[in-house]
Design a protein. Sequence first.
Length: 751
Amino acid sequence: MFRSLLLCLAAIFASVAVSAPVVLAADRLEPSTEGGSASRLRIGLVLSGGGARGMAHIGVLKVLEELNVPIDAIAGTSMGAMVGGLYASGLSAGEIEAALTMGTLQDAFRDRPARSDLTFRRKSEDQNFLVRFPLGLKGGDFRLPKGLVTGQKLSQTLRRLTLPVAAARSFDDLPTRFRAVATDLESGEAVVLGDGDLVTAMRASLSVPGVFVPVEMNGRLLVDGGLADNLPVSVARAMGVDRLIVVDVGFPLQTRERLDSVGKISNQMLAILIRRGSNAQRDMLEPDDLLLDPQLGDASSFDLSRIARSIELGEQAARASGERLASLALPPAAYRAYLAARESARQGVPQIDYLHVAEGEQRYGRSLNALFGPLVGRAPDGEELGQRVIALYGQGNLETLDYGFEQRDGRYGLLLAARRNSWGPNYVRFGLNLQDDFAGNSSYNAAARFVLSEITARGGEWVWDLQIGESPRLATEVFLPFDYSRRWFVMPLARVEARNVPLLDGQRRLAEFRVRSVESGVDLGRELGNWGELRAGVRRQTGHSRVRVGDPELPVGDFDSRSYFARFSYDKLDDVNFPRKGQSFSMEWRGERTGLGSGRSADLLTADWLVARSRGRNTAVFWASGGANLDSADGVAAADVRTRFTLGGFLNLSGIAPDSISGNDFAIARLLYYRQIGSGGEGFLNVPAYLGMSYEVGNVWESRSDASFSGARHNGSLFLGLDTLLGPLYLGAGIGEQGDDALYLFLGRTF
């Protein structure tokens, strides 16, 4: 439904834009003599828009190369501009096909960096705030982005592929001359882009309104060129060519029988409006021009799972006109000369002589200079540039972070542009946790995190957490980095919370305490790249416990705990909901000391380790956790319900009820297997879905001397998991070794 709404909006815009005049960015070009005799026919290639259907263009290019057909100029719209721009940059059809696989394109059309590329601080945020889309906060109002996709990852993919020609300012200087068509969002005019930055031109041409954020270029606000000129025949004709090869992968019209839903009717409306403009361009073709219509059927413009099939159908369309194409072919020697001319124009990026932060974007100037400064004096490669972009973009405050090249007085500069989130930079993230065991035990917590970004020049943050439900919580922390790399930091913090703590005898619940506490402290930390963190500090926790359920004569009272704290964390998981690869590890020590004013001396140690490995749709996970009260032998820790560990519940001995056993020490290991189900990765109801099972072995003990493998409990589970926008949702059944069993409906953090 949402996609249909976007298409309707685009169609309304198209109805105004299709009749708009074309605004050319350059004059008519004279025929070139590169790659062969000046007397041969100059061939222009026209590549239409069509979304994912545009992958058929690659198949056409493959056949042209096989037949030795040279291309002297390319004009493209939308996806045709992207494929055409990559070919114009000197890439072969095979190289484009290898670069634009289904996984690469699907990833490129997402803004959020891969989790492995996020800063460690942003990864930590994922642990408890699993709703994937943050809302911007600006001027006291919630803000949404200008589009579902800003195009950050797509731009960086295109940057890497076109880096050898990044210094070219005129598209006439590319290995093959090129024009991209975009639409001026204010006037509805078609804008033909023939100079400037190649990647920006390609991005502008395929920026579907409402899906992609509009692109600013040459003083215009540009969107998808298909709205104004989806088949730019006249643009290619103006480039001084003698023959045109025109490939139209535009939207097909459906018969009445197939118009049976709102989405299909909306698609038909858009197809009618765009087809009207394309037909006008087709009427401009001359008898000797060649028109190719790949038979893509009703393939969706949004379906990136059919890339291979679309390429194959493009090849079939070109081979069907093989005789006419062969008449345009060059002899082998002349075609080799043509390829050599293309290769010579793809000379690579020059040495960087200086850095230049774009005007009006000096807010991030120091961070950009610190990050990219080491590149001055040498020619970087695309991978290195991409990693440096990710290092800053992964902090989460930027809408886009991009680079380009400029030339001044014979010196080349790296032009850097960091645009602050238009909908922020302050934002709020949400988390939700629901659990029901279908036996009368249920709980919920709903949380929100408010992040006030860039409160200091070095990227400081003031964070507020609010949680309501079974365990209400209010917390704040101030993240203050020491430098622009944000490696070393100091962080004052405070929190107020309440939680239920059971008092158990075996699996018999004797009572339940309500523990309210206030904690404050100061942490000093060091991020270890984006994969780990060392942190230490001093904490004070005060509070009161009362009997919520059970004998009111049980001992309760106030507590005042003052402790040292240290933690090492490692995180290279690709996902926290259903990890498929990577691992995470954390170890934490907390030492209460009477010398600090604490009511007792005690040491608490916890550790957690998870490893995930996958092959195809199958994933295996090993996950182990443990904890110990190191002074439990003296009985002091046993009397403090705050520091007792509990087990029970989904993936924590799934056969018994949540938090149904407790002790001073615990250990548990789990082995999980799950398989992604559904076609095309869409799963169930268009949500990624998994079927899985677990084997769990562990227990709690009053003393570490009692801990043994023979005393461990053995449990397991079967589950269906859905990776929803609100977080992972599980429907599971737990099985115990003594006939214990439990059912679970679980939403929220598991791993």
